[in-house]
Every structure is written in C-alpha cells, then in structure tokens.
Design a protein around this ligand. Structure first.
Ligand code: NAD
Length: 293
C-alpha cells in the first residue's frame, strides 16, 4: 500500500528552518521580514485563512500587517493600501486575500502589487516568467510550490516522467503544470471539458489534482505506482463529526492507497505546505531586498 506523504511534518520542518533564518537575519542586520495582508469583506473562509496566515507569521518571527476593509469598499481604497505597502520598507510581501467582492477588478488589483513584493506569485509578470524558458519568476504561487516541495522532499523523480494536472485554475492547476514542465516532465492538463479524464490520468507517473470535487479521482484512474498529490479540500456531511462535516480531497483516498506508490492525505497533505511556502516567499523577499546571501 502507498506511502503517506506527510505534509504536516514537512511543513513543520520548513517553518523551523524559516524561524532560524528569520532570527539570524534579525541578529545580523536588524531586519525583520514583514507580510501585509489585505482582506476585503467578511467571508468566513477568507477570515480563517487570513487568521491562520497571521498566526503562522508570528510563530516564525515574521511581522504581519493586516488591513480589513468592508465588502462595499471601492477598488481605489484597495489600490491605495497596496500603494502604501509597495513603498513601505518594513513590508516585504503583500497579499490580497481572494476572492475579491464582485464589483472589484481582480486583474487591476493584482497588477498593482509591486512585483518585488508579490509573495502570492499571482502578478502576470511572475506567471508569465514561470511559463517562459530561461526566465525566472521572483515568486512561485504558494500551493503549487508546496506540491513541488513535497515531491522534492520525498525524492520523487520528475524529469522525463508523465504528469497529469487535474484542474487549471490560475492559482493552483495552471502554475502546477508550468512548474512540472520546467522540471522536464511531459504534462497533460485535465479540466471540466476533458472527455476522457480517467484514460489520460491513468498514464501519469505523477498526478496533481486541484478541482474541488470530493472523490472525483478513483483508484481506477491511477496507474499502479503513481505518486498522487491531492490539493482538493472538500467538506462532506459526516454525522459522527461534531461539526457535522469533515474534509476530504479530490482523490478517493482509500482506493488511491491501494494503487499509488505515494499519496498525500487531506487534511495534512498540501494544506499545511501552502502557508509554509507563503512564509518562505516572504523570507526570500526580505533577503533579496536586503541583499542577504
Ligand atoms: P477552481 O474552482 O478555481 O478551479 C477548479 C478547476 O477544476 C477548473 O480549472 C475546472 O476546469 C476544473 N474542473 C472542474 N470540474 C472538473 C471535473 N469534473 N473534472 C476535471 N476538472 C474539473 O478551484 P481552485 O481554486 O483551483 O481549487 C481547487 C481545489 O483545491 C478546491 O477544493 C480548493 O479548496 C482547493 N485548494 C486547496 C489549497 C490548499 O492549500 N491545499 C489551496 C487552494 C485551493
């Protein structure tokens, strides 16, 4: 049966590495990395994500600055805060929690973040560089970067392998496919218009699923021995859980364990890696800005 890829453990190790680097940066040059988070509106899930990001910063010694704007704020107000953080030397990373309210233009807002401080990696210049040969983005989006880090730390060979990414969102699927391609995998992207997803997925040595549909990927979709990274986070009803629901991935975990050689659990797989990568991007931004080796 499959090896369990322990994202929780790896994320903890990475956070410890980051805490050590943050402490020595403070000792040596007196600089503390800073992350600014802008939240617009009062979506419960977004509030939880922002709170978790803030707590994770505190735990490793990164300063966090939070702006909460009401859901009926104007785009100009958001742009004004971004512009302030762009020129604030104590801020090394700026993150706008998505989704934004519908009356705001997400593209305008993401474009206005200084590319030097774009720790989410969503600026079109960073994504464009990710897609180009011989160019390097300043930042790689956190969730797909976390998926790659799991593959690297588990010693999964990527070069020359076949990889299938299910889902093609700007924040997960598309950059995940670009990253695998940069490491010389042959990639296929499967999405909601793909006619024979199981047949395509069954060819993959590496599967990354980022869809948002519980148990979409069955054991029969997997090639024996495949490595499976499950990004999906889906609530399903569960009368035995005190909350009335529990979280599962896109991949039918029990079936995948029978067929795959390694698989990430949900929760405890990719989820904890996303925040660890945000901290890592913020630290490397501060190092780049202050020219620390
Ligand atoms: P999204 O809704 O933006 O994109 C979903 C993608 O899946 C689309 O490209 C769509 O074409 C594709 N899709 C939809 N139905 C499909 C089907 N039946 N077969 C194949 N493809 C299909 O979602 P997202 O923001 O990329 O998030 C995807 C999932 O990952 C969600 O469950 C989300 O909660 C989770 N997520 C987890 C983390 C993390 O830190 N672990 C981070 C971001 C998102």
């Amino acid at each position: 049966s499959a090896k369990i890829i322990d994202g929780k453990l790896i994320a903890k190790q990475i956070r410890e590495e980051i805490a050590g680097e943050v402490a020595s940066m403070k000792n040596e040059i007196g600089i503390v990395p800073g992350l600014a988070v802008i939240l617009v509106g009062s979506r419960k899930d977004s509030q939880t994500y922002v709170r978790n990001k803030k707590k994770a910063c505190e735990a490793v010694g990164i300063m966090s600055y939070e702006v909460n704007l009401p859901g009926d704020s104007t785009e100009e107000e958001v742009l004004k805060h971004i512009s302030g953080f762009n020129s604030d030397p104590s801020v090394h990373g700026i993150l706008v929690q998505l989704p934004l309210p519908r009356h705001m233009n997400e593209e305008n807002i993401l474009n206005s973040i200084s590319i030097e401080k774009d720790v989410d990696g969503f600026h079109p210049l960073n994504i464009g560089r990710l897609a180009m040969q011989g160019r390097d983005p300043l930042f790689i989006p956190c969730t797909p970067k976390g998926c790659m880090e799991l593959l690297h730390r588990y010693g999964v060979e990527i070069k020359g392998k076949r990889a299938v990414v299910i889902g093609r969102s700007n924040i997960v699927g598309m950059p995940a496919a670009l990253l695998l391609q940069r490491e010389n995998a042959a990639i296929s992207m499967v999405h909601s218009y793909t006619k024979n997803p199981e047949e395509i997925t069954r060819q993959a040595d590496i599967v990354i699923s980022a869809v948002g549909v519980a148990n979409l990927v069955r054991g029969s979709w997997l090639k024996p021995g495949a490595v499976v990274i499950d990004v999906g986070i889906n609530p399903i009803n569960d009368a035995e859980d005190p909350r009335g629901y529990r979280l599962v991935g896109d991949v039918c975990y029990e079936e995948a364990c029978e067929v795959a050689s390694a698989v990430t659990p949900v929760p405890g797989g990719v989820g904890p890696m996303t925040i660890a990568m945000l901290l890592s991007n913020t630290l490397s931004s501060a190092k780049r800005i202050h020219k620390v080796e």
